[in-house]
Design a protein around this ligand. Structure first.
Ligand code: DAH
Length: 341
């Protein structure tokens, strides 16, 4: 009987099934109710008592070994089937979708603004973020004692009053006038920097888009009509604008532009603070001093300029309540813009 046990044990150890069905057949033949192991058990009952102890241990050992081996083979087969499936691939299965990223709302709105003015014939102009006093202030008619030149508002580099981070994209106006002669029609998107405490409504880094149009005979009516066209393109055909007199050193006259609140349709809500109007940009006729400082004859040429904050426009367009959301990169916020173009 010892031989029979050893022989079965060798067969169990040598068994290499090619398929699950073959393994199952083997399992039934060895461990099944009418299998070889049970046949040995039957035989065991008739063994003389003095051999029972040793043979019993051997049979138990065989049973454990066979059960473990068959389970291990089963697992191996399942694994190799899975690997094969992976290698060949089920061509009918739907593909695993990769998470698609979305454009950042600031890029979206900047592209929309630039797109609208491109259609009016404006080309994109650029300039450096690290600037000097001339391009950010002096050439734009800022008086020497203007508060924007203060350390409180402007980031100076190495405390050098002539190396600073631009506080507005109006500096690109100056860069453009240096490079180009009229007619000039440029749109200038860019990042700007101001020494401000970060809150829901302010940040030390934000984005602006500046526009500049200089030619012979450019009038305030041209400015107004261009901005009205822009507002309707961005906020919808029903949008209207109003201009409020304002002051900027580089424009005269200057105005602040409000657009009718697109959230309440002008009736008044908490976003427009009950007024029905939302402030969207500053604008005006380029001050003759600015033209002169940049070598353009103000007697022959006139022009208009405008500047807007991209974060602010995006807030108004998408109802974003806190500016800090733009900089936190929380995908739960960003994914809401997946569908926007
Ligand atoms: N540079 C201004 C600012 O930072 C925005 C601005 C206002 C730009 C009026 C202009 C303009 O070109 O005409 O707030």
């Amino acid at each position: 009987m010892t031989d029979k046990i050893d022989e079965l044990l060798r067969r169990v150890e040598a068994f290499r099934p090619k398929a699950a069905a073959e393994l199952e057949e083997f399992r039934v033949r060895v461990l099944g109710r009418k299998g070889e192991l049970n046949a040995l058990m039957e035989e065991f009952k008739r063994v003389a008592p003095e051999y029972k102890r040793e043979l019993g241990q051997r049979i138990n050992g065989l049973k454990t070994a066979a059960t473990e081996r068959i389970n291990a083979l089963k697992e191996q087969l399942q694994q190799s089937c899975a690997d094969e499936g992976l290698a060949i691939g089920d061509m009918t299965r739907p593909g695993t979708a990769e998470g698609i990223g979305s454009r950042h709302p600031i890029s979206l709105v900047r592209n929309q603004i630039v797109g609208i003015f491109s259609r009016l014939g404006y080309t994109v102009a650029d300039g450096p973020e690290i600037e000097d006093d001339w391009h950010v202030f002096s050439a734009l008619n800022f008086p020497p004692e203007h508060p924007a030149r203060d350390m409180q508002d402007t980031f100076f580099i190495m405390r050098n009053p002539d190396v600073l981070l631009r506080t507005h994209t109006s500096s690109i106006q100056v860069r453009t006038m240096e490079r180009q002669r009229p007619p000039i029609r440029v749109i200038c998107p860019g990042r700007v920097f101001r020494n401000e405490a970060i809150s829901a409504r302010a940040h030390c880094i934000f984005h602006q888009v500046e526009g500049l149009f200089i030619d012979e005979g450019v009038s305030f009516a041209d400015l107004k009509q261009s901005i009205l066209y822009f507002a309707k393109e961005l906020f919808g055909e029903q949008a209207t604008i109003r201009l409020r007199p304002s002051y900027f050193p580089f424009t005269e006259p200057s105005a602040e532009v409000d657009v009718s609140c697109n959230l309440c349709g002008g009736k008044g809500c908490n976003v427009c603070k009950g007024t029905g109007w939302l402030e969207i940009m500053g604008c005006g006729m380029v001050d003759p001093n600015v033209l002169e400082a940049n070598g353009i004859d103000p007697k022959r040429y006139s022009g208009f300029a405008f500047g807007m904050g991209v974060e602010r426009i995006a807030m108004l367009k998408y109802g974003v309540r806190d500016l800090r959301l733009y900089f936190e990169n929380d995908v739960r916020f960003l994914h809401q813009f997946d569908a926007a173009l």
